[in-house]
Design a protein around this ligand. Structure first.
Ligand code: HEM
Ligand code: HEM
Length: 415
């Protein structure tokens, strides 16, 4: 009987191995689960945000792990054939590559996503899109989306196959060769070992490197940050700092309308009380700043029954949340002669949601006419979560439709 367990991996390597292993296995399950959910499912949006948060955490831990591995060689191989050693090495190197590449493909995919939805790690730290991708024209994004999704999804299968080989190898060592290999990565549970071969070093490099990487990306805008900083904390200073001219909204000719359906019957409503601060220079759309504040109590459907329910806790909850805010702090993108898109943050009932709003803009002298239409899923936004889209026991019977169309028309004059 050989004894591979004479030496074990360092504690840091062991902890990182199991943390990352558990996270990756959980993430594959979560990835499958959330992508099978209907678009209208209210848990889909928060689960995707969680998936992205854990994925970026895996990326950071993996950066630390690879640096640590380079600075701390593993214990010597147990005796085995050259072929076996070669296979083990191939699987280990591939797994190292994948724990970095897998989250990277996720990051690339969401950076180039046509929806422009941003990432806020654990609902706290804005994580930017990769430079150059979030600013691609919409058509290019649409073309890229499917191949990127394909790669991200198929790489999960590559991990599964390699993990199968990896676990089979570990079990063969443990139970057929009886060389106590598992004790090298799980001392205590699988037997006693001597400590690592050498004194460990490089904690500062490994964790300092990962933290620096995080700080640079999250904090300093090395990446373009267009969409993700737009979903970041409020930056009123940025709004003041823009040199773009101010436009004054004409309330008489402007409206924010929503269209929904109740038990199969369409109805529409508008907000009577809202203000918008707009700074915009047609030649420099990247300087645009938009700040819209809507008084939630002013929702008016023309039907008192709807208006009363809309004020309640499950819907707009006007007492606790008198205002809904939409803000664009990082400019807008120009997609065509009169076609633009704004990616900003919608704050509803204290929660912040990234929102992409394509719009057309016609400028005639000092007057601009803006028109935007988009579709929102009210459940994902936490509006009327207690009122399902269809009846529980008969899905063909509509209750309050999840899709709500938002139509915004603004007429403004340049100051
Ligand atoms: C996705 C999950 C996993 C990944 C990404 C992963 C990755 C790795 C990597 C890269 C190494 C090489 C460490 C080095 O030499 O620097 C390693 C070693 C090891 N892993 Fe995993 N692992 C995973 C899951 C597992 C599981 C479930 C087991 C349990 C059977 C396991 C058992 C081992 C063992 C015993 C070693 C030590 C091999 C040796 O001493 O040469 N791993 N793992
Ligand atoms: C090691 C880390 C990761 C693993 C193992 C993983 C795994 C998966 C899996 C298995 C799926 C389902 C694919 C399918 O439908 O077949 C998925 C979907 C997805 N992942 Fe990841 N992922 C990781 C990291 C990331 C990261 C870092 C991001 C973004 C920052 C991300 C974003 C997404 C998105 C947006 C989807 C698609 C959801 C949908 O539209 O249905 N993933 N992931």
């Amino acid at each position: 009987m050989t004894d591979a367990a004479s030496y074990r991996y360092s504690t840091v390597a062991i902890v990182l191995h199991w943390l990352i292993a558990a996270a990756i296995i959980g993430m594959i399950g979560l990835g499958w689960y959330m992508s099978d959910l209907a678009n209208t499912d209210p848990s889909r949006f928060p689960l995707i945000q969680l998936h992205k948060s854990i994925g970026i955490t895996i990326l950071l831990l993996s950066v630390a792990r690879v640096i640590w591995r380079l600075m701390n060689p593993p214990p010597p191989d147990p005796p085995m054939s050259a072929r076996q050693a070669g296979l083990a090495k191939f699987v280990h190197v591939s797994l190292y590559v994948l724990i970095i590449v897998m989250p990277l493909t996720g990051w690339i995919m969401v950076s180039a996503s046509p929806s422009g939805v941003g990432t806020i790690l654990y609902n706290t730290v804005p994580w930017p899109h990769l430079p150059g991708l979030s600013t691609l024209p919409l058509d290019a994004k649409r073309q890229l989306h499917e191949p990127l999704e394909f790669v991200h999804s198929k790489l999960a299968w590559v991990i599964i196959v390699l993990l199968g080989l990896h676990v089979a190898g570990a079990l063969k060592h443990q139970f057929m060769d009886r060389d106590q290999l598992l004790a090298r990565v799980w001392p205590g549970l699988f037997g006693r070992t001597a400590g690592p071969v050498r004194k460990t070093r490089g904690a500062l490099w490994a964790f300092g490197g990962a933290i620096l990487f995080f700080a640079v990306v999250a904090g300093m805008g090395v990446v373009d940050g267009h969409a993700a900083r737009a979903v970041g904390p409020e930056t009123p200073d940025a709004a003041k700092a823009s040199p773009a001219p101010v436009w004054k909204v004409d309330p008489a000719q402007s409206s924010i309308v929503f269209k929904a359906a109740y038990m199969g019957r369409a109805f529409s409503g508008k907000f009577d009380d809202w203000t918008a601060n707009i700074q915009f220079d047609p030649d420099k759309p990247e300087d645009a700043r938009i700040h819209v504040v809507v008084k939630t109590a002013s929702a008016d459907t023309g039907e008192p029954y709807f208006d009363d329910s809309l004020k309640e806790g499950d819907w707009f909850d006007i007492r606790k949340n008198p205002e809904a805010v939409f803000e664009v702090n990082e400019g807008v993108l120009k997609d065509g002669p009169t076609q633009y898109e704004a990616t900003g943050v919608l704050t509803l009932k204290g929660q912040r949601f990234p929102l992409r709003l394509p719009f057309t803009l016609q400028i005639d002298g000092k007057t601009a006419k803006m028109h935007a239409e988009t579709s929102l899923q009210r459940m994902a936004l936490g509006i009327g979560a207690g009122t399902p889209a269809t009846e529980q026991d008969d899905k063909t019977k509509e209750w309050v439709k999840d899709d709500v169309a938002l139509v915004v028309d603004v007429v403004a004059t340049r100051q």
